[in-house]
Design a protein. Structure first.
Length: 269
C-alpha cells in the first residue's frame, strides 16, 4: 500500500499540519483529508489539491491516520471509524487530554497509537510537537510521527504522563504570548502611542526576545538582568509585575490548563 497520510477532522490544527506537509514537499496525491461539512471538504480540495474522502475511506486508503477533531468529538469519530481501521494502521491523535488508552480501547487489538500535542505556529513552521507512544507503538511508529511533524517545526518525545503538562506549556503556550502582546499594546495606548506603532514596538520586542532566548545560550534571568539598569525604567516595571502577582498568576494559569487537559481525558470533556 502507498504510504499515504490522512488527516481526519481537518480544522485549524489539521489544516496547519496539512499545509506544512505540502510546504515540506509531501505530494498532495499522498495526502487525504476528511471534514464534517461538504463546503469545508470543497475548500480543502481547492486550496491544497488533496482528495477529501469519508472517514471510512481514509481508514482504508491511508497507512497513517491523524485524528485532529476536538477531544469532545473523538468518541463519536472512533465509534464511526473503529470497524474500518485495520490493526496495522498507525493512528496519531492530535487531541488535547485524550490518552492513548482511549484509542486502544476502541480500535482493533494491537493498533499502534501515538499522541502528539502540537501548536498553531505550525502555520509558520515553528511548531513544537510533543510526541508520546501508546502501548503498541514502536520506535518506527514514533519516527514516522516525527517525520510528519518535523515538517512544521520541532519535535520532542516525552512519556505520556507528561503530556498534560506539555499541553499547558506549549499547546496553549502561544495564546499566553498573544495575550501579553495584546495587554502591552493597550499599555502603549495608555502611554499615548498610536495603536499600530504600539503593536509594532511590542511585536518586535517579542521577536527579538524570542530569538535571544533561542540563540544566545543565556538563561532568561541573565537576559532580563541585562535589560534592568540600576535605578532605571525596567526595575520599576518589574516591581509592578511582582506587586500584581504576575509570576503567581502564571503558575496558577498553567496549572489550570494542565488540570483541564486531565479533565478532557474522558473524551467528552
Ligand atoms: N487550536 C490549537 O491551538 C490546538 C489544538 N489542538 C487539538 O487539535 C484538535 C483540533 O483543534 P482545532 O483545530 O482548534 O479545532 P477545529 O474545530 O478547528 O477542528 C476540528 C475539525 O474537526 C471536524 N470534525 C469534527 N468531527 C468530525 C468527524 N466526525 N468527521 C470529520 N470531521 C470532523 C470539525 O468540523 P466542523 O468544522 O464542522 O466543526 C472541525 O473542522 C483538538 O483536539 C485540540 O485539542 C492541539 C494543539 C493546539
Ligand atoms: O485550548 C485547547 O484546548 C487547545 C489544546 C491546546 C491548545 N488549544
Amino acid at each position: 500500500m502507498a504510504q499515504k497520510v490522512a488527516v481526519l477532522g481537518t480544522g485549524k490544527i489539521g489544516e496547519a499540519l496539512l499545509s506544512g506537509m505540502i510546504r515540506g514537499g509531501w505530494a498532495p496525491a499522498d495526502l487525504l483529508v476528511t471534514a464534517r461539512r461538504p463546503e469545508r471538504a470543497a475548500q480543502l480540495r481547492e486550496r491544497y489539491g488533496v482528495d477529501a474522502v469519508t472517514n471510512a475511506e481514509a481508514a482504508a486508503a491511508a497507512d497513517t491516520l491523524i485524528l485532529t477533531v476536538k477531544p469532545q468529538d473523538m468518541g463519536t469519530l472512533l465509534t464511526e471509524l473503529a470497524p474500518h481501521v485495520p490493526a496495522d494502521r498507525l493512528v496519531i491523535s492530535g487531541a488535547a487530554g485524550v490518552p492513548t488508552a482511549f484509542f486502544e480501547e476502541r480500535l482493533a487489538a494491537g493498533t499502534p497509537v501515538v499522541r502528539v500535542m502540537t501548536n498553531t505556529p505550525a502555520l509558520v513552521d515553528e511548531a513544537m510537537s510533543v510526541i508520546s507512544a501508546g502501548t503498541h507503538a514502536t520506535g518506527d511508529h514514533l519516527r514516522r510521527a516525527e517525520e510528519i511533524f518535523a515538517g512544521v517545526g520541532k519535535t520532542l518525545r516525552v512519556p505520556e504522563s507528561q503530556q498534560d503538562a506539555a499541553t499547558a506549556l506549549s499547546g496553549s503556550g502561544p495564546a499566553y504570548f498573544y495575550f501579553l502582546v495584546e495587554a502591552m499594546t493597550d499599555a502603549g495606548i495608555l502611554l499615548g502611542l498610536p495603536r499600530d506603532k504600539a503593536h509594532d514596538l511590542i511585536v518586535q520586542a517579542a521577536i527579538g526576545a524570542a530569538v535571544m532566548l533561542r540563540d544566545s545560550g543565556e538563561h532568561p534571568v541573565k537576559l532580563r538582568e541585562n535589560v534592568t539598569s540600576p535605578a532605571g525604567t525596567t526595575i520599576n516595571a518589574i516591581r509592578e509585575l511582582e506587586n500584581h502577582g504576575v509570576r503567581a498568576a502564571l503558575l496558577a494559569a498553567l496549572e489550570a490548563a494542565r488540570d483541564r487537559s486531565r479533565e478532557l481525558a474522558s473524551g467528552n470533556g
